[in-house]
Design a protein around this ligand. Structure first.
Ligand code: SAM
Length: 354
């Protein structure tokens, strides 16, 4: 393995913020595109010449693996179950579209927004806390101009992504390390929403040109699919799986996109985040457990877990006892939070996560 393959940042999205197309949406959960490219290139060299090498990313996130494969001309497929992240990745994969057409459509939206009447009284509290009146009015006008032109074109989907990706830079709210929005932590430098959008569409235009120059035709397919369900792919059609699944690290993929979903009007409360976004996702957060309240000990009876039954049974009993000491829903190991936890409980669980 080369030095670059082993570099510290291979598991983070950080370096992607300087790469065309990858940088269109900052996704804290992402991994390094360069690392993926090198891994795919190294593995594809090992197969019989003349055969097509195919890659699968069952937890595709913002599309890093698929874009890296597009750069190499390697066919790939990805699944993503988070509805917003799926749309973000799907829009990034439109890099091959006509950049001039996109730029014109996106500019028309900006011009129309400047003539729109805004109505900022309709947004949930979270949104009103994250923007001052001027910026919320600009965001509302952009959203109205965008949605009044909605169609199935690539240009519209790319303009939609430009709008979604400026929602953080136009907000004075801070962002915690895992992308959770912090309405009470104020940033000093905030861009006007029109300015942020204008810069974003210019960046996307340049990136499309650059990516098109150095990449063969697109060969990736992204499916809105729950990776826990039967694979829609033909058996034996994949040579390499390269992925970063939801880990037992307490990261809440639904909460990470709460601001974006709220501005778009797709959720209006915390409850809707739970009912509309979480059901399709593997959850690794101890704060939000499923309402189904399944019995953990019942799962332990699964013959698949028999080799680690005694160890895991001990941990579950300890967690049960710990839960009794706390109120609310937190610290539960019910349902899919079985392998997660926070603080010291993660340490207890490490042997099983390894
Ligand atoms: C660690 S992130 C992957 C990030 C990706 N490597 C990137 O660079 O953007 C894991 C992804 O799995 C998705 N996910 C969670 N449960 C899923 C499921 N049941 N099926 C498919 N995707 C799921 C999450 O929404 C999240 O985007």
């Amino acid at each position: 393995m080369s030095e670059r393959l082993q570099k510290d940042t291979s598991s983070t999205f950080l370096d992607n913020m300087s790469l065309p197309v990858h940088r269109w949406f900052r996704y804290s959960a992402g991994f390094s595109a360069e690392w993926v490219e090198e891994t795919v290139a190294a593995c594809s060299r090992q197969i019989t010449p003349g055969r097509t090498f195919r890659v699968l990313d069952p937890f595709a996130g913002s599309g890093t693996t698929l874009l890296a494969c597009d750069r190499l001309g390697v066919p790939s497929c990805g699944y993503e179950a988070h509805p917003l992240i799926y749309r973000i990745a799907a829009a990034k994969l439109l890099w091959e579209s006509d950049a001039n057409q996109f730029f014109k459509a996106a500019e028309d939206i900006l011009t129309a927004a400047q003539n729109e009447r805004s109505d900022i009284g309709t947004y949930p509290d979270l949104v009103t806390k994250c923007y001052d009146e001027k910026n919320l009015a600009e965001i509302d006008s952009l959203k109205k101009a965008l949605y009044s032109r909605k169609d199935a074109s690539s240009s519209w989907q790319l303009s939609w992504l430009a709008f979604v990706s400026i929602l953080r830079s136009a907000s004075h709210a801070g962002t915690a390390s895992w992308q959770y929005v912090l309405p009470n932590k104020k940033k000093v430098r905030v861009l006007s929403a029109y300015e942020a959008y204008s810069r974003q569409i210019a960046l996307m235009y340049e990136d499309m040109k650059r990516f098109q120059e150095c990449s063969p035709a697109r060969h990736s397919v992204l499916l809105a699919h729950d990776a826990r369900q039967v694979s829609p792919l033909e058996q034996g059609s994949i040579d390499l799986v390269i992925t970063s699944p939801p880990y037992a690290n307490n990261f809440d993929y639904a909460d990470a996109t709460r601001l974006e979903l709220s501005v778009l009007g797709e959720i209006s409360s915390w409850g809707e985040l739970q009912s509309k976004i979480r059901p399709g996702l593997v959850r690794s957060c101890s704060q939000m457990v499923s309402r189904e309240k399944k019995d953990t000990f019942h799962y332990l009876e699964d013959p698949l877990l028999s080799p680690i039954y005694s160890e895991i049974q001990k941990v579950c009993t300890e967690l049960d006892q710990e839960k009794e000491k706390h109120g609310g829903k937190k610290l539960s190991h019910d349902d899919r939070t079985l392998f997660s936890g926070s603080g010291k409980h993660m340490d207890t669980l490490k042997p099983f996560a390894a």
